[in-house]
Design a protein around this ligand. Structure first.
Ligand code: SF4
Length: 219
């Protein structure tokens, strides 16, 4: 049976509210557009540390652009509990090592599952080290990401690092739609590829194919 991670999250929020708690959440953020709705939603109920750890992003200029955009968003958004921004290590060589042999895997395949784990594992480790109540990731907001797999990995890491994983499927309840509205409102930079060099090449190939198709249709 398919689990409803949004409902599970709502239950946890409700329980904490009943007990008058504002738990500390260590939240992995992939980029400003995805974080916009998640921060708007969760900052009502959690004290958030926003963790930008994305060694998958290529090239460095793109990584820096996404980092700055997220920092700006956090500064500009009028949130109930203002999140604290923390930047992780930028270690693309570790990402390339992890992706060895999976370079040609399509987006959404095996390479991505390893990429999810790499980012979530560092998040869980840091959350445990900092004595946080929960850890989570903004990645589940994207319709292109496998929310089931992300939650499954989160639950495995919860057992290893002894810090609670916060279930999520942020695209639900119009979360993805709201993130596009907020991206417009804050004039956020919206990248057109997921992040790694392989996703960038895939996107460039798709754009080229579209261009050629368009050209052929005008002949
Ligand atoms: S396509 Fe995205 S999720 Fe997949 S490996 Fe590349 S950066 Fe990671």
């Amino acid at each position: 049976m398919n689990r409803n991670y949004q409902k599970e999250l709502e239950k946890i929020i409700e329980e904490n509210q009943k007990q008058g708690k504002i738990p500390r959440l260590f939240l992995h953020s992939c980029c400003a557009p995805c974080s916009s709705y998640v921060l708007e939603y969760l900052s009502r109920y959690f004290e958030i540390t926003d963790f930008f750890y994305n060694p998958n992003i290529f090239p460095r200029e793109e990584y820096e652009k996404r980092t700055e955009e997220l920092k700006r968003l956090i500064e500009e958004m009028p949130l109930v509990h203002k999140p604290v921004f923390v930047e992780g290590r930028y270690c693309p060589e570790e990402f390339f090592e992890m992706a060895k042999g999976l370079e040609q895997a399509p987006e959404g395949g095996e390479r991505c599952f390893h990429c999810y784990r790499m980012r979530l594992e560092e998040t869980a480790r840091m959350a445990a080290e900092g004595g946080y109540d929960y850890f989570a990731t903004t990645l589940t907001i994207s319709p292109l990401k496998n929310a089931g797999k992300l939650n499954e990995i989160g639950e495995e890491l919860e057992k290893i690092y002894h810090v609670k994983h916060l279930p999520s499927d942020f695209k639900k309840k119009n979360g993805y739609k709201r993130s596009t509205e907020l991206s417009g409102e804050y004039h956020l930079y919206r990248q057109d590829y997921c992040g790694c060099v392989f996703s960038r090449q895939e996107r460039e190939r798709q754009k080229q194919e579209q261009k050629e198709k368009l050209l052929r249709s005008t002949l």
